[in-house]
Design a protein around this ligand. Structure first.
Ligand code: HEM
Length: 256
């Protein structure tokens, strides 16, 4: 009886698979690596704390220099850079896996939900209208909606640009060859030297890297907000997708 009432109110409820295990691993690796790189990146850009004793440092809180602590803590910048690079390696690897799956995944290639023309654009526009008016909820199904797919594509392009500007700053500090051979700096120069031209030198590349970080922070704020919003407004458990891989669909809601 109670079940029948719910069906009348919410429509028929079905469970639908939305995210494969590999995509979920990619999702949470992105999450951890990006949070790590935002924190360590901030430190590298604005080194607000120094620990440990060096002969030239005086004990002054106003300069952020504290003369207590272990000698190894004097290397805090080295640790921050180390963790930043580990995060970057993770991001590079999962980006390449994501790119491969976007085209060759059997289960959910990106083009199933996103092609930037035709009815996909119209569907994305319908979703924007729904967000602002709360009316005419577009149907949800097996694949991401075109608006989300579009936003995720922009996100991955930002990540790509962040990788390339990061590699340019990294290779700039190389002198001569590298421990693994000359091919490595050559590859980085070959793939990223154009950023020097586009952003007007190494300072410009550094500023671009910082600016893209802010765009990624805006994406994260929007993304978490909208996924919580969808879960609350649609009552289809959208927030569960990156955890269990499933969500509910009923394609009939209180607002319809
Ligand atoms: C650094 C933080 C995060 C980043 C960079 C991020 C990024 C992404 C990306 C790129 C996708 C699309 C996955 C794909 O390629 O198919 C996605 C999907 C999703 N994320 Fe996140 N995410 C973050 C944090 C979170 C958090 C904290 C939640 C909430 C628990 C969340 C919930 C979701 C949901 C529900 C989807 C599926 C959306 C759909 O298929 O319609 N994300 N996320």
């Amino acid at each position: 009886m109670e079940n029948k009432e719910n069906i009348n109110k919410y429509g028929e409820i079905n469970l639908v698979h939305r995210m494969t295990v590999i995509k979920r691993i990619i999702h949470w690796t992105f999450f951890l690596a990006i949070i790590n790189n935002i924190i360590t990146g901030f430190y590298i850009a604005y080194p607000f704390l120094f620990f440990g004793k060096t002969p030239t440092q005086s004990d002054s809180l106003s300069t952020g220099i504290v003369n207590s602590g272990e000698t190894n803590q004097a290397f805090i910048m080295t640790w921050m850079r180390d963790f930043h690079f580990i995060g970057a390696v993770l991001i590079d690897v999962i980006f390449i896996v994501w790119l491969y799956l976007a085209f060759f995944s059997w289960k959910e290639p990106l083009y199933k939900s996103f092609l930037p023309f035709g009815d996909k654009l119209e569907e994305a526009w319908k979703m924007i209208k729904h967000y602002f008016t709360l009316k005419d909820k577009p149907k949800t199904g097996r694949y991401q909606d075109p608006l989300n797919a579009f936003v995720f594509t922009i996100f991955h392009l930002l990540i790509l640009l962040q990788m390339l500007t990061g590699f340019q700053m990294y290779v700039a500090s190389f002198t001569g060859t590298s421990a693994v051979g000359a091919w490595w700096p050559w590859l980085m120069h070959f793939s990223t030297d154009w950023t020097l031209f586009i952003f007007g030198g190494l300072t410009g590349v550094t500023i671009a890297h910082l600016f893209i970080m802010w765009l990624i922070i805006i994406f994260i704020a929007y993304h978490i907000y909208i996924e919580v919003w969808r879960s609350v407004m649609w009552k289809e458990g959208d927030i569960l997708i990156p955890f269990g891989g499933y969500k509910y669909i009923r394609n009939k809601s209180e607002t319809q």
